[in-house]
Design a protein around this ligand. Structure first.
Ligand code: ADP
Length: 718
């Protein structure tokens, strides 16, 4: 400061500056201390001299937030002049914040050492200039804006003009259309006139309709009376209930009788009068009809009603119809018909049907049982109707008769194609058939045996039990026959009968011959020459041989039956066997007996028994194939362990169906033919002997070609 004053001559300089019209201030230091501010500057600032010596920012606190303090500090720092024009500064002047514009310079003052020692601040208030310029500028702007607006207006006018001309065109067109519309309008007016006429006509109609409705209304009130009459006279029990309480409004006599009440119920709620109805299906349906306005019909509906002093169940067919007044459901018409007797009858019927079906079930079961018995029975069962027609045959009947059910049903018991026979073989007359006897007498027949000769099969025998069947009225409606095949039984019996007669005959022949020879010898012994006596004795011995042969067969049969046929086995050479046979049969026949084959083999066998088999085969061939000039006896070794001996003849052969019986006891192919004699035991005994030896026996035969009877025996192992 001292340096400053010294340099400029302090007072004089201050005075100069003070009086300067240019606002001036001087600052020093980096914190910008106001060293000097002349009056012009103080006026700008709105301050007095008290601010001299203060820091710039303290003296002018309102400048906070404005750039000046910082600008001054920058100048102090940089020592570069700062100059600005038209810069706004807001200062507090007379207690008011006033913004003014300034041109100003912050000029650093440099000493001769090149150091800054103060900042000279000069400023001039250019607020007026600025305002004038602003006004000018604003005016310019307004003008420019006006110009722009004018241009825009012009453009608008232009486009409005264009629109106007377009509108003009439209207007012209619209005028044309208007003409058209006018014409249409005229037409419409004509139409309207017409419509008016129609309307008038409709009005008249409406009026008439009104009158009709009036008449109908009148009729309606009349009909209410007739409705009441209708209900009264309805043949069906009828009831009209109305309102939410189902007030009994109209009820006819039939309905009163049906519910067991009198006229006093009228005007009272239905469910008060018939409380037992509550909750029952019929009641629920009635309520629903009322609520939903839909009719309900039900048949055979069970209803519990308190009639005649107790709650009883009745069945009713009924219809509930909604009662409609002014389009609203106001009640329900109930028409009912009691069907209790019918329902009881139906229940009764159903019960009977149920019982019947139970009975039928029982019947079906017992039928099933009967059926299975019939099907598994060991006896044949046949049922005939009253004409003798077979209507049923069980499986066994079909088996015995060898016919299918369909064929059986097609025949009568006395089918002429099937020859029924008496036991003696003579034809059985139709009336002697056990079924016919039963049908004729109406009485059962037991164990009646008959023979049946089918056209294409062997005769068989059946034993029949026949029983009549009577219908409910006691009339004979058919019969049932049970029968069984007794062919085997009959054959055995017949075989025995035949055997006795044959055996007697067979025995009688040699005995008679023996007796005759011996009587002759007794009576005329002396008269006969020795040759005749020898001949008679030979004959006697032959007869005895035959007798002994027959007795041996009988004895052997008995032994076989009792299991007493004993074997005495010893080695036996076939050649030896053949030789024995040759000597025992050869003298009895004219036929040629040929022995051939491998006779060197040795057997382990009962010599006598095997010899008996061979002799039987050979004598049979001689006896039953007399036309065969040769009889061949052959030995064949069939394997290392077995030999087969065959007796071959060229006789008539044996029918195939008889072959299976040949080795049976007493069996003879021709019982009644007297041509051949024999007991039917030879082959039976032979079969037993071979079986005992562990061999096989059989016959190969062909009609008119001959028969080969054979047996096999095991060879002695060497
Ligand atoms: P029989 O003592 O009656 O001869 P068999 O048992 O020896 O009894 O024979 C039974 C039957 O076999 C005979 O009745 C006969 O009809 C038949 N038969 C046996 N051998 C022959 C044969 N070679 N040719 C035809 N039939 C035979």
């Amino acid at each position: 400061m001292i340096r400053f004053f010294n340099a400029l001559g302090t007072e004089a300089l201050l005075e100069i500056l003070n009086q300067s019209s240019t606002a001036t201030a001087i600052y020093t230091g980096s914190d910008i201390n106001i060293q000097l501010a002349n009056d012009a500057m103080l006026t700008i600032w709105g301050k007095d001299r008290s601010i001299i010596g203060k820091k710039f920012e303290d003296a002018l606190p309102e400048l906070k937030g404005q750039p000046f303090t910082q600008l001054l500090k920058n100048v102090w720092e940089t020592a570069e002049t700062y100059e600005a024009v038209s810069t706004p500064a807001t200062l507090e002047i007379d207690g008011e914040m006033v913004t003014s514009y300034f041109d100003f310079i912050y000029q650093p003052i440099i000493d001769n050492k090149g150091e800054i020692y103060c900042i000279l601040h000069t400023a001039s208030d250019v607020t007026e200039r600025e305002r004038a310029w602003k006004l000018l500028h604003e005016k310019e702007q307004t003008e420019q804006q006006t110009n722009e607006e004018l241009t825009a207006l012009n453009e608008e006018i232009l486009s409005t003009n264009e629109e106007l001309s377009a509108l003009n065109k439209e207007y012209t067109a619209t005028n044309g259309q208007l003409d058209e519309t006018n014409k249409e309008l005229q037409q419409t007016i004509i139409d309207l006139n017409n419509s008016n006429k129609i309307l008038e006509f409709r009005n008249r109609e409406l009026k008439e309709l009104n009158e009709t409705i009036l008449q109908l209304n009148k009729k309606l009130s009349d009909s209410e009376i007739s409705f009441s009459n209708l209900i009264d006279q309805a043949p069906v029990a009828t009831l009209l209930v109305k309102g939410d309480d189902f007030i009994i409004t109209m009820i006819n006599a039939s309905m009163l009788e049906l519910i067991g009440k009198d006229q006093s119920v009228i005007g009272k709620p239905l469910f008060d009068e018939l409380p037992e109805l509550k909750g029952q299906l019929a009641a629920n349906m009635l309520i629903e009809t009322y609520q939903k306005g839909k009719s309900h019909t039900d048949y055979s509906n069970p209803v519990l009603l308190n009639r005649r002093g107790s709650l009883e169940k009745g069945y009713f067919n009924f219809t509930y119809t909604p009662f409609i007044e002014n389009g609203k459901v106001t009640g329900v018409i109930d028409m009912a018909m009691e069907v209790t007797p019918q329902m009881i009858a139906i229940e009764e019927r159903d019960k009977i049907i149920l019982e019947k079906s139970d009975l039928e079930e029982t019947l079906r079961k017992s039928e099933q049982r009967l059926q299975s018995i019939l099907e598994t029975m060991a006896e044949g069962v046949g049922v005939i109707d009253n004409t003798g027609q077979l209507i049923y045959a069980n499986p066994m009947a079909q088996q015995i008769l060898g016919l299918s059910e369909s064929v059986i049903k097609g025949r009568t018991f006395d089918d002429p194609k099937w020859q029924n026979l008496r036991l003696d073989g003579t034809p059985l007359p139709a009336e002697e058939h056990p079924m016919a006897i039963m049908m004729a007498t109406g009485k059962p027949v037991f164990d009646h045996e008959i023979g049946v000769q089918p056209p294409d099969r062997e005769r068989f025998y059946i034993s029949i039990n026949a029983a009549p069947i009577f219908d409910k009225e006691g009339n004979l409606s058919g019969g049932i026959g049970t029968f069984m095949d007794v062919t085997t039984r009959r054959m055995i019996t017949q075989g025995k009968d035949d055997f006795i007669s044959i055996a007697s005959h067979e025995l009688k022949t040699p005995v008679t011959a023996l007796k005759a020879s011996l009587q002759l010898l007794q009576r005329s012994h002396d008269k006969f020459s020795s040759e005749i006596r020898t001949k008679l004795l030979d004959q006697s011995i032959k007869s005895l041989d035959k007798l002994s042969h027959l007795l041996t067969d009988l004895l052997d049969t008995t032994r076989i039956e009792q299991g007493q046929l004993k074997l005495v086995k010893r080695p036996l050479i076939i050649a030896e066997l053949f030789e024995d046979c040759r000597s025992s049969v050869i003298q009895n026949t004219a036929q040629q007996i040929i022995f051939e084959g491998d006779t060197s083999q040795t057997l382990e066998a009962d010599h006598q028994q095997i010899g008996q088999v061979m002799v039987n085969f050979i004598t049979n061939a001689i006896k039953y194939a007399p036309e065969s000039d040769k009889i061949i006896i052959k030995a064949d070794r069939v394997s290392d362990h077995e030999i087969k001996i065959s007796v071959i003849d060229h006789g008539l052969g044996i029918p195939q169906e008889k072959v299976q019986h040949l080795f049976e006891r007493y069996y003879r192919t021709n019982y009644h033919g007297q041509k051949f004699t024999g007991l039917g035991l030879g082959l039976y005994i032979s079969a037993e002997i071979i079986k005992n030896h562990g061999g096989k026996i059989g016959v190969d035969t062909e009609l008119n070609v001959g028969s080969t009877f054979w047996f096999t025996l095991p060879l002695t192992s060497e």
